[in-house]
Design a protein around this ligand. Structure first.
Ligand code: PLP
Length: 218
């Protein structure tokens, strides 16, 4: 079920670029995830809470679950006990909610701020100004139960690779500005999917989120 050749190529590329591969298993069955798990893979991404809730108890405990899609505040409580990283924090109020649920669970949750980089109209993501305001509060120690590890972005869905590259570059530049301004490392840049991971890696992605190339079309 898994495209093993693609998996090995992606692993080699990630090694070369010092990046991490998040295998996006949304809509795919437990067996497909287990197949990759048995090849040694541990980082999996899902975009729906209900699916995470179904899959998490049915799979080994040492899987690191990445919540990669838009997340509703009222659903944070379900994944807060076990989620490894939340990639798509797109509002101050969502961050506050994650902080509160992390506190209830006596843990710290890793998050990425999703910023808008695509030219196309995308519903979700912070502007640079909004990200600045969020990071001000983080620096003010208002969210002691979250760890802001970096930024996440989605490029325009387009075959114009110059456009896509420019958008990835804008995320990388924004990371430079924000980390300087706030004295934060913001180590992770989560960008790149099946159609554009190569460009993302060339533009300093540290986490590529790849689904269909590994698991087949949805
Ligand atoms: C589905 C999804 C991916 C993976 O997309 P593919 O094109 O299948 O690799 C990456 N990121 C997010 C946020 C997604 O929802």
């Amino acid at each position: 079920m898994i495209n093993k050749e693609a998996y090995h190529q992606l692993c080699e590329l990630c090694d070369e670029y010092d990046a991490q591969l998040v295998a996006v298993s949304k809509t795919k069955p437990i067996e497909a995830i287990m197949e990759l798990y048995e090849m040694g893979h541990r980082d999996f991404g899902e975009n729906r809470v209900q699916e995470l809730q179904d899959k998490h108890p049915a799979l080994p405990d040492d899987i690191r679950w990445h919540a990669i899609g838009h997340l509703q505040k009222n659903k944070v409580k379900y994944i807060a006990p076990y989620v490894h990283m939340i990639h798509a924090v797109d509002s101050q109020s969502l961050l506050a909610k994650i902080n509160a649920e992390a506190e209830k669970n006596g843990r710290k949750i890793n998050v990425l701020l999703q910023v808008k980089i695509a030219q196309e109209d995308s519903k979700y993501g912070l502007s640079e100004e909004e990200a600045t305001l969020v990071l001000d509060k983080v620096n003010d120690d208002q969210y002691p139960h979250i760890e802001v590890c970096g930024l996440m972005g989605m490029a325009t869905f387009s075959s114009d690779m110059d456009l896509v590259r420019g958008e990835f570059r804008s995320l990388r530049d924004m990371r430079e500005r924000l980390s300087q301004m706030h004295g934060m490392e913001l180590r992770e840049l989560s960008m790149g999917m099946s159609g554009d991971y190569q460009i993302a890696l060339e533009e300093c992605s540290s986490m590529i989120r790849v689904g269909s190339l590994l698991f087949g079309n949805r």
